[in-house]
Design a protein around this ligand. Structure first.
Ligand code: ADP
Length: 616
């Protein structure tokens, strides 16, 4: 290439720049952090390349970042001796949306209202393009580490596009010059930039020099003794490392010598971005070996359910040359993962007992992740089960309890842990399914999200006690007895009523009809017979627009002491037609109170018919 080449931005970059340049965004200073972090990345990449490549352009340059401010020319210049860029890389990196932060930003933008755009810039950081918040024109001088590379100059006003031309040789890396907008002249002042660097870039692992003076103390906070570190330092590091704007919810800093030498600093954020519909999070715990970055977000290191964690794991036992390909099958990494996951789970259970309020906050935000862990992380399933929290028939509304506490309250004779699924506490408390348990004083765990039932099925048991749904048709509650009041229907009449009902309703609706041992107040109860497609599972599949098999027949239990049942027995002998209508309606009502009703179309006309009969 000899002359100046004119390029246009990819359409999406154009849109992004339009927002960036026109937003009245108060935190414009974050551009410093974005550019310094790019420079640090470029240096980190160079450090890595040095391990494998023999020939590196300008090999003897120090790994540092130099920043110059010029109040007369209204410029700020950021230079690094990092990896640099070739012509293709310039086009790819500074002309398209390659970077995950700006991609997420564009995604969020599509979903958001006009007014919130400026806020989004702060949330995501738009990387290199943030320079255009403060600059009229940006020039990038660069030379790749590759010996055959040339020196190139990229220039843009952030509007029409950019030019690239070959220029006289400078040094390896990138030098970015920002010609500041008039309302951004403050960023050419040394004291202003020094303040910003102190705030955002104290943890950059390379020297940062401002007008020739070093401004950061290069330190790996995770290697220091935790007694010497203040809350503020942790928070600053978290902000830097996780690209966050608030404090972490929980901090875990520990070191271990056996079986591996590990120093880890793990942060639990305050927010779970997946809850806001931002798609699946990328793992956020970086892997270091003796303070040298190996991988900023290793994919296979920790179990998937821990993808919300941020921070650093440093192990002196790791080989520096560990590549992403060899990472997957490294025994060493499996050991690291085991140690870290175990330690983090312990930290959560300690938090739960020492600081329940913090744990509740954590649980509210990340319970879905824990539940994902229960169903996918076999090795830690039982420990994770101890961390689950639910409301129950013995808790107040909105207060939660765990399985361990449940076991502590359970009667000696009780063999299982019982749960019930329903849309809300109120809905659950109105089902006949609870009657037997109330009468017997047995605690029932309330599940209000369809995924919870899936979790219970996966878990199967807790400390040797089976987890049982109260709507299971084969439930045996004989070990404790309930005393219902009133005279029951004679056993002969009851038997014939049951077989009459079964015949009248038909096999598609009921698999069996029998006398109930569990009902106290309600006349009937519908029980689930399908262990695979449970009612909660059917709802979940329906919500996901999957095909579901026809609604299975239920087991119907009747309350022999209930007046309606007693009178129905008599009516079925005298007026079969009316009795049949009533039986159908009883069946529908049972489905409704159980929360099983999927198609109520026939119910209303039938009720009218019955009302008509009543009015006669
Ligand atoms: P991000 O840094 O998050 O990937 P940016 O938009 O800030 O996103 O930068 C896009 C890409 O440009 C980077 O991924 C990197 O490849 C390249 N880049 C930016 N700054 C530099 C630099 N100082 N040295 C080398 N490459 C850089």
């Amino acid at each position: 290439m000899s002359s100046k080449e004119q390029h246009s931005f990819q359409a999406e970059v154009g849109q992004l720049l339009d927002i960036v340049t026109h937003s009245i965004y108060t935190d414009r200073e974050i551009f410093v952090r974005e550019l310094v972090s790019n420079a640090a990345d470029a240096l980190e990449k160079l450090r890595h390349t040095q391990l494998t490549e023999k020939e590196i352009f300008d090999a003897d340059l120090p790994l540092e970042i130099n920043i110059q401010t010029d109040e007369e020319k209204h410029t700020i210049t950021l230079q690094d001796y990092g990896i640099g860029m070739t012509q293709e890389e310039l086009v790819e990196n500074l002309g398209t949306i390659a970077h995950s932060g700006s991609k997420a930003f564009m995604e969020a933008l599509r979903k958001n209202q006009e007014g919130e755009k400026a806020g989004l810039i702060g949330q995501f950081g738009v990387g290199f393009y943030s320079a255009f918040m403060v600059a009229d024109s940006v020039t990038v001088h660069t030379h790749s580490y590759k010996p055959e590379g040339t020196h190139l100059t990229w220039t843009s006003d952030g509007k029409t596009g950019y030019t690239i031309e070959e220029s006289s040789c400078e040094r390896r890396g990138a030098k970015i010059v920002l010609q500041l907008k008039e309302d951004a002249y403050e960023f050419a002042t040394e004291s202003r930039i020094e303040g910003i660097l102190k705030r955002y870039s104290s943890f950059v692992p390379f020297p940062v020099n401002l007008n020739g003076k070093k401004v950061n103390t290069v330190q790996a906070i995770w290697m220091r003794n935790k007694n010497e570190i203040t809350e503020e330092e942790y928070t600053e590091f978290y902000k830097y490392q996780a690209n966050a704007f608030d404090e972490p919810l929980l901090t875990l800093h520990f070191s271990a010598d056996a079986p591996l030498t590990i120093n880890a600093l793990l942060f639990t954020p305050k927010e779970n971005m997946e809850r806001f519909g931002f798609g699946r999070m990328e793992p956020g715990v970086a892997l270091y070996c003796k303070k040298v970055l190996i991988d900023p977000n290793p994919k296979e290191l920790l179990p998937e359910w821990l993808r919300f964690l941020k921070g650093v794991i440093d192990s002196a036992d790791l080989p520096l040359s560990l590549s992403r390909e060899t990472m997957q099958d490294s025994e060493l990494l499996r050991k690291i993962s085991k140690v870290i996951t175990g330690r983090y789970i312990k930290h959560l259970s300690e938090t739960a007992s020492k600081d329940p309020e913090a744990y509740n906050k954590f649980y509210e935000t990340f319970h879905v992740m824990l539940k994902e862990g229960v169903t996918t992380d076999y090795a830690n399933r039982e420990k994770l089960a101890k961390l689950l929290r639910y409301e129950s028939s013995l808790t107040e509304a909105k207060k939660q309890t765990g399985f361990e506490d449940y076991l502590g309250r359970m009667g000696e004779k009780q063999e299982s842990i019982y749960y019930i699924y329903g849309k809300s506490r109120e809905a659950i408390e109105n089902t006949p399914h609870l009657e037997a348990f109330k009468a017997r004083n047995i605690e029932v765990i309330y599940l209000t999200e369809a995924i919870d039932e899936f979790v219970m099925t996966h878990l199967g048991e807790f400390e040797g006690k089976k987890l049982v749904s109260v709507d299971a048709a084969d439930l045996d509650l004989d070990d404790v007895s309930a005393d219902g009041a009133g005279e029951a229907l004679g056993s002969k009449e009851l038997k014939s009523l049951c077989s009459w009902m079964k015949q009248t309703l038909g096999e598609a609706k009921v698999s069996k009809v029998e006398a109930s041992k569990r009902l106290v107040d309600s006349p009937v109860i519908a029980l689930n017979t399908d262990k695979m497609y449970t009612p909660a599972m059917r709802q979940m599949m329906k919500a996901m627009q999957q095909d579901i098999p026809a609604q299975p027949a239920v087991a119907l239990e009747v309350n022999a002491k209930h007046p309606l049942i007693k009178q129905l027995a008599a009516l079925s002998e005298k007026d079969g037609e009316t009795a049949a209508l009533i039986a159908e309606q009883i069946y529908d009502n049972a489905l409704i109170s159980a929360g099983y009703m999927e198609d109520a179309r026939n119910s209303v006309p039938r009720i009218y018919k019955l009302l008509e009969k009543l009015c006669r």
